[in-house]
Design a protein around this ligand. Sequence first.
Ligand code: SAM
Length: 299
Amino acid sequence: MTVGQELKWRLFYDNAWAMRAAYLRSLIACGERNVVRLLRRLDAQTRKYRITVNAQGTSFTPQPWPAGFDIGPAGVPLLRPTSFRGNASVVPFHTHDNFAAFIVDYIDQAGPFDAVIELGCGYGRNLFDVYYGGGPSTCRYYGGELTESGVSLARELAALEPDMKAEFFSFDYLEPNLDHLPSFDRALVFTAHSIEQVCKIDAGLFGTIAGVARRVDCVHFEPFGFQVAALGPASQAHRDQVLENNWNVNFAEALDEARKTFGIELTCLVTESFLPSDPQNPTSLAVWHSERPAEAAAA
Ligand SMILES: C[S@@+](CC[C@H](N)C(=O)[O-])C[C@H]1O[C@@H](n2cnc3c(N)ncnc32)[C@H](O)[C@@H]1O
């Protein structure tokens, strides 16, 4: 399997996160120090505009909502298009997926964990939301991310919350390496729409993840549903968009290979089961775990 990623997508989020960093730094410069408030202000700003991006993915311009959206009294649309289980749908604008709440619930159900690790974490939004959403206060939080702008913004936010033991580091799905992390007994790893950015991953990625602790639980919120089954017209539209963008086409295949190679056990797989903001990029869920004997973990 040849791993690969289009250069455009390796650069895209460096610019996207730099734009968000500029906004957040302007708030911090005005005296805002509360990380939750900073993140929610960013959400509020994002709701008011649609960001248009130039063809190179290097310039981001906020535009007012275009005609065709029924703008309500809050200055944002009343409804938004989405898709669910293969079919187009329309939901209230303020309805949104909450991956962080899923992770908090998972930890309560299957934890405790020594570490919670997100790969492809951007500026760490999900990890902060897990912590502030009731995630454990004593475990360590780690975020791995490709872009320099994402890692540096995440570190700046983490510095504002010394009670949260959070660290962010450079990480690349094309050369996945987690050797620098401490060896944990139990770790929860998750990804959210980040593997999507890599056209083809190597099954060895899952082996690398399985290596971070004696027992690893891993949750993927990734748009791979079309790779498993076409549930309806939205699945087909999804496949077309992925092929056009050169996004990931082999998550399901690589995970299947990893089950055989690394002995990881798949415990849940549900496709197109969220309410995505892009109807043509629906999130699917895969959960797996791996476990090795305590002596092997210590070696
Ligand atoms: C759609 S964003 C999602 C960010 C974050 N997971 C979230 O839910 O807010 C995709 C993220 O994947 C990261 N990414 C893209 N290619 C990557 C790679 N090769 N290795 C690691 N991360 C990558 C991007 O830089 C970006 O932060």
